[in-house]
Design a protein around this ligand. Structure first.
Ligand code: HEM
Length: 231
């Protein structure tokens, strides 16, 4: 059963001549950390990936050090704890899927790293999902015990409740943290996490186009030059 078709939003970062807005990525990461990370992992992102686009080196190091990781076993086979470093991955909220389900009435909060790519509708779908919880389910809707009504979720009954409310986070850049602002920022961040290389790819694309045009121009000139004595 398909969900309600999400609205198509004019995402800036998707445009070929635009890149991710780093300020938006910072805000989106803040929303991930302060809201989503309570239930959702971001398995594919090591701290080093955040450097340069989302965080400074020092910020990323500091954040990594807030968590403890296992050392490699020493000669006696003992494993100890050490503070995190840039090469470590952002830790998951739960030990394993079983613990995650136990904490969420049997439902598994999926890893968010590739979610923008994994779900039909991508950014539009996740934005619509996050902002699409009505105050009350519509008259006549059947909502299973423990589930929440969301018209964008296939089947309309979703184990995740509404999580974004106006003012939930406080942005360091002073942007008002409305529900839709937070949803937009976290979606943009999740698009970045799904393809951190997207900006590079776009820039490379333009270089390839420029080089191709230059070679084409030269070949036109050479052809005319070589053939010019022929009447
Ligand atoms: C599912 C995003 C916060 C628990 C999902 C899905 C997305 C998502 C995209 C997948 C929906 C689908 O399968 O199509 C987010 C974002 C969050 C957030 C961006 C922060 C802004 C939370 C929090 C919790 C939570 C705080 C726990 C309290 C769940 C659960 C599911 C889920 C249990 C599985 C739902 C089901 O299959 O019925 N979330 N989530 N999420 N989320 Fe979240």
């Amino acid at each position: 059963e398909e969900g309600l078709h999400p609205t198509q939003y004019p995402w800036e970062h998707v445009k070929l001549h635009k890149t991710f807005d780093h300020q938006a990525l910072r805000r989106g990461f803040q929303v991930y950390r302060e809201v989503c990370a309570a239930c959702h992992s971001l398995n594919r992102i090591p701290y080093r990936t955040l450097v340069g686009t989302v965080l400074t080196v020092d910020e990323a190091k500091e954040l990594a050090e807030e968590n403890e990781y296992d050392t490699d076993p020493n000669d006696e086979g003992e494993i100890e704890k050490r503070p995190g470093k840039l090469s470590d991955y952002i830790p998951a909220p739960y030990k394993n899927d079983e613990a995650a389900r136990a904490a969420n009435q049997g439902a598994l909060p999926p890893d968010l790293s590739l979610m923008v790519k994994a779900r039909h509708g991508g950014c539009n779908y996740i934005f619509s999902l996050l902002t699409g919880y009505p105050e009350e389910p519509p008259a006549g809707a059947v909502v299973q015990e423990g589930l929440n009504f969301n018209p964008y979720f296939p089947g309309t009954g979703i184990a995740m409740a509404r999580v974004l409310y106006d003012g939930l986070v406080e942005y360091e850049d002073g942007t008002p943290a409305t529900s839709s602002q937070m949803a937009k920022d976290v979606v943009e961040f999740l698009n970045w996490s799904a393809e951190p290389e997207a900006d590079e790819r776009k820039k490379m694309g333009w270089k390839v186009l420029a080089a191709t045009l230059a070679l084409w121009g030269i070949s036109v000139w050479v052809k005319r030059y070589k053939w010019s004595p022929v009447k």
